[in-house]
Unconditional design. Sequence first.
Length: 267
Amino acid sequence: MTRILLVGCGKMGGALLDGWLDRGIAASDIMIVDPAEAKARTRPRPRVAVAAALDHSVLGFGADVVVLAVKPQMMAQVLPPYRSVDGAVFLSIAAGKTLAGLNDQLGGGRAIVRAMPNTPAAVRRGMTVMVANGQVNARQRAQCTDLLAAVGETAWVDDEALIDGVTAVSGSGPAYVFFLVEAMAEAGVATGLPRELAEQLARSTVCGAGELLYQSLETAGRLRENVTSPGGTTFAALQVLMRDQGMVRLMTEAIAAAASRSRELAS
């Protein structure tokens, strides 16, 4: 049994909460701290306790994991009171907030895991990469893995510097895919397709291809080759996309820019 204190219940916090409840974690083992939730009482799920701020009831809850799901810019304001929470591992999903920075704001000597999830967590198809500081033990690593596996796949890295690349590839990655759908739809309209049909084709094709890739044991490269007949229509399109490594070069530049911005935010 893991007792969870969820600090912030916005989109990502709410997705995590839904995942935990669907996975069978008892509502009585979860407490939410979120002023908006406590005021509105619209998002909290049945029997999940909600507090507007850290108080005696929260301190007495005895959390094993404190999940920090507030916006990064709110961390400096939110964290200091949690210095009084003892024995828990702090699991942060705030982009750009380093282990050292979080540890300082929590008073030092705290067990902290920094995680980078992505938005497909809302449909249990997320990807989360985690890194821990030296205070985190094996049991706490397993607890964090279990909580984030409720909304998708998980992985660990030992070098925190890799989180910038993770942020650039998977954290920001869904936006690249959505933009691909937009671009495909616009290109379809340019061939004469009605916009509604072009958008349906682009959306369904990307979703279907993604599901095929997810379920297949083949690599993305092999799946691409399987659908590409020499001299056919797909071959003609790929000749354009792959000319002078154009698409690879553009994506490399885009991800490098995102990683660079992630480093800037962390500092």
